[in-house]
Design a protein around this ligand. Structure first.
Ligand SMILES: [Zn+2]
Length: 67
């Protein structure tokens, strides 16, 4: 089974093996469905990586908080 990743800009699923557009950010590779998405990400990566959570830069995930 091929592992798909999400285009962080538009949310489309992209296959890393066939994706023509990718960019590296903070040591991670992100894949995009089209050039436009890559450009948008390159312009403002934080906007797309924050995934709706506002503010935090150094993510606090995984510290065993429970609500
Ligand atoms: Zn896209």
């Amino acid at each position: 089974m091929t592992e798909k990743v999400k285009d962080p800009v538009c949310g489309m699923e992209v296959d890393p093996k066939t994706a023509s557009f990718s960019t590296e950010y903070q040591g991670k590779t992100y894949y995009f469905c089209c050039k436009g998405c890559k450009n948008a990400f390159d312009k403002d990566p934080e906007k797309y990586l924050s995934g709706g959570h506002t503010g935090h830069h150094h993510g606090h995930h995984g510290h065993g908080h429970h609500h």
